[in-house]
Write a protein that binds this ligand. Structure first.
Ligand SMILES: Nc1nc(=O)c2c([nH]1)NC[C@@H]1CN(c3ccc(C(=O)N[C@@H](CCC(=O)O)C(=O)O)cc3)C=[N+]21
Length: 282
């Protein structure tokens, strides 16, 4: 068997083309969706992600503003920028790029963003609504994963989904969304004894731990759907995921590549949330 590629890059491009049309219609009604991105410090990877978000906004016709703050920014300074953006009628979404320098509490920052503009879906109110299945902004990477599964016609209901990793931005919420779609969900993490015995039971395996090529073909049930959220550099400095692609390709039924899998979908869902927020302007 050779796995079917789940092409996030392609799905993202087609969704973004649709969005561009929606944004053009909105603009003719006088509404231009606006996204503010705040970047604190000079983390190289963060700068790359932020640039890529801005390019996608521009292409879709979404107004984007970047606030670049120094690595020495205080929590109070950052909070005052957020308060200002909360009040700004041209801004529908606020994203503070994580991670933040250590003098700033990420939780305090996330909670300062108005839930109406929380296009990352990280605010406790958004998370609570996601848990109960109320309408809200869904976190972008988990939502992008669900959209990739849908586009690939992967049945979720009744399946055993195993999530490796329990971060607040990927692991925990993707498990919740899979549960909302009626999967049976198991979470594994760094203190799970015999991780591989559990990943092998997965019908749908989502890996988000940040360890290059952790998952090998022996860890995957034949025919499983494998979603790789990893973003690592291999021994040659090449971008690679948490799944050993060349190995797992021979056992999985569907597999996401890195790059070109989950990453582009994350950005797409961010744009979607920003447009949705603009529609809710009143
Ligand atoms: N508040 C906040 N929201 C985020 O959504 C957020 C964040 N902070 N901090 C960092 C992570 C990481 N993240 C990525 C988004 C897109 C790609 C992406 O598009 N990657 C491409 C190409 C990557 C490349 O070539 O370097 C791909 O996988 O094909 C990757 C990573 C969003 N994050």
């Amino acid at each position: 068997m050779t796995a079917e590629l789940m092409n996030g890059k392609q799905l993202a491009a087609s969704k973004q083309a649709e969005m561009k049309e929606r944004v053009a219609k909105l603009a003719s009604d006088g509404i231009v969706p606006g996204l503010a991105v705040i970047l604190v410090g000079d983390n190289q990877a963060s700068q790359t992600y932020v640039r890529s978000k801005q390019r996608s906004c521009e292409k879709a016709g979404i107004h984007s503003v970047l606030k670049q703050l120094s690595a020495e920014t205080t929590e109070a300074e950052l909070l005052s920028h957020i308060h200002e953006l909360n009040q700004d009628p041209t801004i529908d979404g606020i994203l503070v790029q994580l991670p933040l320098p250590k003098q700033i509490s990420e939780q305090a920052v996330i909670e300062a963003i108005s839930p109406e503009k929380d296009v990352d879906g990280f605010h406790p109110i958004s998370i609570g609504k996601m848990m109960t299945g109320e309408k809200t902004f869904l976190p972008c990477t988990p939502h992008g994963i669900i959209e990739l599964l849908r586009a690939s016609n992967v049945e979720i209901s009744g399946k055993h989904a195993v999530v490796v990793g329990r971060s607040n931005i990927v692991g925990k919420p993707v498990g919740q969304l899979l549960l909302n779609e009626h999967a049976t969900v198991t979470y594994c993490h760094s203190r799970t004894p015999d991780l591989r015995a559990i990943t092998k039971q997965a019908d749908i395996l989502v890996v988000a731990v940040g360890i290059a090529k952790l998952i090998k073909k022996e860890d995957v049930k034949p025919g499983a759907v494998v979603i790789d959220v990893g973003m690592n550099r291999d021994e040659n400095g090449k971008l690679c995921g948490d799944v050993d692609f060349d190995d797992v390709e021979s056992v999985a039924s569907h597999l996401t590549p890195v790059p070109g899998g989950v990453g582009p979908m994350t950005i797409t869902m961010l744009l979607e949330n920003t447009i949705e927020s603009a529609l809710n302007r009143s």
